[in-house]
Design a protein around this ligand. Structure first.
Ligand SMILES: Cc1ncc(COP(=O)(O)O)c(C=O)c1O
Length: 222
């Protein structure tokens, strides 16, 4: 079973309860099914905890990591698994080992960026910054809740989403093509998912910049 834990990103920032994630884990364990979580989007603090799985206090069998591993700066991904899974692929006898590599496996620059990024987590108040972003989301999102153009607002950690009414809701909604240039012309790179505007700011964003993003969303919806 493969899931995006707690939030389906590209599907429109669709959030589901922690209890459901726990239940997925239980069902997989009970039925001897591998439980794979894709934390490519959610990993490294994005949801307010280091990993989305931490909200549910669960440990998957395999976890997919990328984006936040290098702070989003260089392309690097890692697939991490429980030891018994690793052992099934490992064999000192080269005839029995599972050889699998990628063109850019262990890319030194990517790995250096990841190490530098993980050091920042250890030495800087990253989770305070994350909490600061959450505070601003919590303060500003309610402004949009009762807006005539808005059907829903939701957030999880540093992720905030504003879903707009649309005649063609979904990923291919034409709302995106109207809004994208509006934000870009005002110095903001926001990429609405169809009719869902969302922000996932870099953790170093200043409060002023994030307020500017919200102010600009406000004028876009006038
Ligand atoms: C949850 C999730 N998984 C996977 C990917 C894609 O990962 P990759 O670029 O490593 O194929 C994305 C990219 O947006 C994502 O959000």
């Amino acid at each position: 079973m493969i899931v995006e834990p707690l939030i389906q990103g590209a599907a429109g920032m669709r959030i589901y309860p922690v209890e459901r994630l726990k239940r997925f884990r239980e069902l997989c364990a009970a039925n001897d099914v591998l439980f794979i979580v894709d934390e490519v989007f959610t990993g490294f603090g994005r949801t307010g905890r280091m990993f989305a799985c931490d909200h549910a206090a669960i440990v998957p069998d395999l976890i997919c990591l990328s984006k936040g591993l290098t702070g989003g700066f260089l392309p690097l991904a890692a697939t991490v698994c429980r030891d018994e899974i690793y052992q099934a692929f490992y064999n000192p006898d080269r005839m029995r080992a599972f050889f699998h590599g990628h063109s850019y496996s262990g890319n030194p620059l990517g790995c250096a960026a990841a190490v530098a990024n993980l050091k920042i987590f250890e030495t800087e108040p990253v989770f305070e910054r994350i909490a600061g972003i959450e505070r601003i989301h919590r303060e500003r999102l309610p402004e949009f809740r009762n807006h005539a153009a808005v059907s829903d607002v939701r957030m999880l950690g540093t992720i905030a989403a504003i879903e707009l009414h649309a005649q063609d809701p979904g990923y291919l909604s034409c709302v995106r093509s109207r809004l994208y240039p509006y934000f870009l012309n005002r110095g903001i790179l926001l990429r609405p998912l169809g009719n869902v505007i969302y922000t996932v700011p870099p953790y170093v964003i200043s409060a002023d910049d994030l307020h500017y993003v919200y102010d600009t969303i406000g004028t876009a919806l006038l």
